[in-house]
Design a protein around this ligand. Structure first.
Ligand code: SF4
Length: 342
């Protein structure tokens, strides 16, 4: 039987994906696609990728842009630290590397937001350099093929999968092999109902032979997500909405949001004391829940309409924005959904 890597390479050539917009592109585009694809499906990424590349076609344009503009083009894709790191890394490339995206694995890995697997994927796909990747799809393929028990997010299991990923690397055709592993995980060895009959690893896949495909990779040990509650204070003046820039660290870092208050806050008191305005009438809008990876946030939106001459004076990091413009600004997706209802 041909080796593991030979089967992956042959399968990629015949059945893999060949029309993704970043395939065969330069390292900048491969890097961007790899960052966007973290925690996000290809179909969701493609329109974001195309809009982003149209606006920021190269590393120099990205470095020159304001963070707000970068976040606005990321808005809706989630995990905003990815966009802030991308922007920081572009500036580092301009400042320390004369605008040349590095070719060397260690130099790529040292850039903000580029972890071990992402650095390896950039090296493999953009430069055909011999490095092993281990993203979520590859973890699933290897955990099944080798019947590795245990949650792959656990350090011990992850280390074992890294060792295996490295030992399976072919000597040549790294770009095709890497793309093949990604394609196989995305299209054949899927989380649910893998198509084992169409898989090049079918014959010696341990999970398939043991009837364990539905059980591997082992699920994350169950932990109930903590729940938090807050108020979104929608201060409206005509069609304008008051937004505050969130601090860079923490949820929705760097994005524009309405003031977020603890649910125990007295809104009238808050408006009077901190904004110097009288919130005569408060409208309660339907509450909703947003789930982050580490907690659930129950959001109760409250709307207060102000007369324009009663607007509080603006402080740094606070703006009034027309609701229709706000929809295109760097705001989190739950707020975008809420604005559609205003
Ligand atoms: S045979 Fe099935 S479980 Fe094994 S790698 Fe292929 S698709 Fe995945």
């Amino acid at each position: 039987m041909p080796s593991f890597s030979a089967r992956i390479i042959n399968w990629q050539r015949k059945h893999g994906r060949h029309d993704l917009p970043w395939q065969g592109a330069d390292a900048y585009r491969v890097w961007l696609s790899e960052i966007m694809l973290q925690q996000t499906q290809v179909a969701t990424v493609i329109p974001y990728y195309e809009r982003f590349i149209a606006r920021f076609p190269d590393v120099a344009t990205l470095a020159q842009a304001s963070e707000d503009n970068v976040l606005a083009h990321w808005s809706g894709l989630g995990y905003y630290a990815r966009a802030r790191n991308l922007h920081r890394a572009a500036r580092a490339v301009m400042e320390h590397r004369n605008g040349e995206f590095p070719r060397d694995y260690d130099a790529i890995h040292s850039l903000p937001g580029i972890g071990r697997s992402t650095a390896a994927a950039i090296c493999a796909l953009a430069y055909n350099a011999r490095h092993a990747i281990l993203d979520g799809n590859v973890k699933r393929v290897l955990a099944r093929y080798l019947s590795v028990q245990g949650y792959p997010g656990e350090k011990k299991i992850e280390d074992l999968l890294w060792q295996r990923a490295e030992s399976l690397l072919p000597a040549h055709d790294i770009a095709t092999y890497t793309q093949g592993l990604m394609d196989l995980g995305a299209t054949i060895c899927t989380r649910n109902n893998p198509q084992c009959a169409n898989c090049p690893l079918h014959e010696d896949c341990a999970a398939r032979r043991q009837g364990l495909t539905a059980k591997l990779p082992s699920a994350r040990p169950k932990k109930k997500l903590p729940e938090k509650h807050c108020i979104f204070l929608l201060l409206m003046s005509g069609r304008d909405l008051l937004l505050e820039k969130r601090p860079n660290n923490g949820i929705w870092g760097g994005l524009w949001c309405p003031p977020q208050l603890e649910s125990s806050f007295d809104i009238k008191e808050y408006c009077r004391q901190l904004l110097g305005i009288n919130a005569a009438r408060i409208t309660t809008l339907p509450a909703f829940t947003h789930t982050f990876t580490h907690f659930k946030l129950h959001i109760a939106p409250k709307r207060v309409n102000l007369k324009s001459h009663l607007r509080p004076p603006l402080k740094p990091g606070v703006i009034w924005l027309d609701v229709s413009e706000a929809k295109d600004a760097a705001i989190p997706s739950p707020l975008r959904k809420l604005l559609k209802k205003l």
